[in-house]
Design a protein around this ligand. Structure first.
Ligand SMILES: Nc1ncnc2c1ncn2[C@@H]1O[C@H](COP(=O)(O)OP(=O)(O)O)[C@@H](O)[C@H]1O
Ligand SMILES: [Mg+2]
Length: 228
C-alpha cells in the first residue's frame, strides 16, 4: 500500500453541542505526493477540515494521522511542533507579518522547525531562489510585506510554505482574490515548485474550473456525513 500523508478515521467535530454545524468524516486518505483539490460551497466546512488536519482544532472523537503519526492525542506543544516540521500552510488571507520584509516572512518557518532549517544551507540564498522560481523580482526581497500587491503577497505566502521542504502543503482558497489569468500563472508556478519538492498538496477552493491541475478532486459533500 502507498504511504499516506493524511488519514482521517471516524472524525467528529462540532463547535458547541448546540451548533447546527456538525462534521463527521468516516474516512479520508490522501497518499504521499498526491495533489488533491477539495471542493465545496461556502460554509460547507472546508476551512474547519483543514484546521483539524493541521491540528489547530482537535476532533471530538476519531483519529487524525499525518505521515502515519497520530496527531490528535499529542500535547498542544508537540502538535504545534509536528505541524511546523511537516506542513507548509498558505492561509486564505496569507497571514504575512506586515512590518517584516519579504525575506524575513519567507524564512520565518525555519525558526520554528529545526528539521526544515536543517534542509536549508543558506536561508537568504534559498529564500531568494524560491522567489526567483515564483517570478518575484529580486528587488522585492527587502520590501515590507504590507507594501506588496495581493498577487505578490500570495507568492510570498507560497514561498514561506515551501521553504525547508515540508512533506505537506495546505492551501485554503489561495486563488480567490485573483483574476483568471493571474490565477493560472500562479498555479503553474506553485505546481512546478510542489512537484520539485515532491510534496503532497491539499488545496481548497469553490472553483471547479481548477480541477485539471490536480490528481484527485474531492467534493466535501462526498466525504461528510451530516448529523443533526
Ligand atoms: N470559530 C468558529 N466558531 C463557531 N463556528 C464556526 C467558526 N468557524 C466556522 N464556523 C462555522 O462552521 C461552519 C463551517 O465553516 P467553514 O469551515 O469556515 O466553511 P468553509 O471554509 O467551507 O466556508 C459554518 O457554519 C461556520 O459558521
Ligand atoms: Mg473557508
Amino acid at each position: 500500500m502507498n504511504e499516506e500523508t493524511i488519514c482521517l478515521d471516524s472524525v467528529r467535530f462540532y463547535w458547541s453541542k448546540k451548533s447546527d454545524f456538525k462534521l463527521h468524516i468516516p474516512k479520508l486518505n490522501i497518499g504521499k505526493g498526491e495533489k488533491v483539490l477539495l471542493l465545496g460551497e461556502s460554509g460547507s466546512g472546508k476551512t474547519t477540515l483543514l484546521s483539524l488536519i493541521c491540528g489547530f482544532l482537535s476532533p471530538i472523537s476519531g483519529d487524525i494521522y499525518l505521515n502515519e503519526q497520530k496527531t490528535n492525542n499529542l500535547t498542544a506543544n508537540k502538535r504545534d511542533q509536528y505541524r511546523s516540521d511537516n506542513i507548509g500552510i498558505i492561509f486564505q488571507q496569507f497571514n504575512l507579518l506586515p512590518y517584516a520584509s519579504v525575506i524575513d516572512n519567507i524564512i520565518l518557518p525555519l525558526y520554528f522547525s529545526k528539521i526544515r532549517a536543517s534542509r536549508v544551507l543558506n536561508q537568504r540564498d534559498v529564500a531568494i531562489s524560491i522567489c526567483k522560481s515564483l517570478r518575484l523580482p529580486d528587488s522585492i526581497k527587502d520590501v515590507q510585506a504590507s507594501k506588496l500587491s495581493v498577487g505578490q503577497q500570495q507568492r510570498v505566502a507560497v514561498a514561506r510554505a515551501l521553504i525547508g521542504n515540508p512533506s505537506l502543503i495546505i492551501a485554503d482558497e489561495p486563488t480567490s482574490a485573483l483574476d483568471t489569468d493571474t490565477q493560472k500563472n500562479f498555479l503553474d508556478l506553485m505546481f512546478k515548485q510542489i512537484e520539485e519538492n515532491k510534496s503532497t498538496l491539499l488545496m481548497v477552493s469553490h472553483d471547479r474550473s481548477l480541477s485539471n491541475y490536480f490528481d484527485r478532486i474531492i467534493d466535501i459533500n462526498d466525504i461528510l456525513v451530516r448529523e443533526d
